[in-house]
Design a binder for this molecule. Structure first.
Ligand code: FUB
Length: 320
């Protein structure tokens, strides 16, 4: 499968988090809707209200929409905006992790559970203690689960330093180290963090942290973690320069060294992805705004094969 393929055409779905459960691919996207809210840097126009889960038995086969899996109306602490979610499976229970603004308009990360990968999911009464910002991504290794998260601007990451809320809420100066994504191991219950979150530091070719002014390479949002040939690949969006980039390291916490671009800018402002291996090949799930005629808040999910060179470098895919 060398050409990208749109996965569904009956609804706008973005930020696809793909996983393999029971031999099938399950996809957990954001469900884009026309909210009528004008576009702004705060992302108010991304006013999503529910999640659907999709599955497919083969990469080029039929895609099943399992219907509504969670509705914002059923989340007791909900304010607004269900953004990019992700899933984990442990001991027969599926845990859906989702960012949502609470009733004071602060993004927190919530959890909902189900005994089936397609849901429906039942939300807990409160968000995860100590959670903040957006875009949770779960990586599992040796029975341990790690959550990567964070996103700038509308994702509110600039309001925190070292995991604590700060008064000024501004990004660092251009020549200072960039604000990193965060990672924390999950507790055995899967419902809380087992430790304070740590910074995901991305180093340049000289071993120095990428700076906040390095907009072409620094982390913005959309964390994803996968492993290939024993190396840890942390991938992410650069936001306002619209690239998906990656950095590699030798353990889940990093540090990671910047490697390059996975996907050049797509049509639309945001770019967001997941990477899985299925039946011996690797795939990039992502989105663009081509079917909506370029509306950044109405995105459609796609998949394409992802390839490595002999040294484990990801071959850059053209977004348009
Ligand atoms: O879908 C809403 C937000 O847009 C996501 O949380 C970000 O990663 C960006 O794709």
């Amino acid at each position: 499968m060398k050409e990208p393929r749109y996965l569904v055409d009956h609804a706008y779905m973005a930020d696809p988090s793909a996983h393999v459960f029971n031999g099938k691919i399950y996809i957990y996207p954001s469900h884009d809707v026309e909210s009528g809210i004008p576009e702004n840097d705060n992302g108010d126009h991304f006013d999503m209200r529910d999640y659907h889960v999709f599955s497919m038995e083969s990469i080029d086969g039929e895609v099943t929409d399992h219907g509504k899996a969670l509705d914002v109306k059923d989340i007791p602490w909900a304010g607004r905006q269900l953004w990019d979610c992700d899933i984990a499976h442990k001991d027969g229970t599926y845990y859906l992790y989702f960012p949502l603004k609470d009733q004071t308009d602060i993004f927190r990360i919530g959890v909902a559970t189900s005994d089936k990968p397609e849901g429906p999911f039942k939300p807990l009464d409160a968000p995860m203690k100590g959670s903040f910002s957006i875009d949770p991504c779960i990586f599992e290794e040796d029975g341990k689960h790690y959550m990567y998260f964070g996103g700038l601007w509308g994702g509110q990451l600039q309001r925190y330093r070292d995991g604590k809320a700060i008064e000024c809420g501004l990004e660092p100066k251009e020549d200072e180290p960039a604000l990193p994504a965060r990672v924390a191991r999950l507790a055995d219950t899967m419902l809380e963090f087992a430790e304070p979150s740590k910074a995901i530091v991305i180093l340049d070719e000289n071993g120095k942290p990428l700076t906040a002014g390095d907009h072409d390479r620094r982390f913005f949002e959309a964390s994803w973690m996968h492993k290939y040939n024993g190396k840890y690949y942390f991938s992410y969006s650069t936001g306002n320069t619209h690239r998906l980039c990656y950095a590699t390291g030798d353990n889940p916490y990093g540090p990671f060294t910047y490697q390059g671009v996975i996907l050049t800018p797509v049509v639309g402002w945001t770019t967001h992805h997941s990477i899985i291996e299925f039946k011996g090949k690797s795939y990039l799930f992502f989105h663009d705004s081509v079917p909506s005629g370029g509306k950044t808040w109405l995105r459609s999910m796609k998949v394409v094969e992802l390839e490595y060179d002999t040294e484990g470098r990801i071959k850059t895919i053209e977004g348009q």
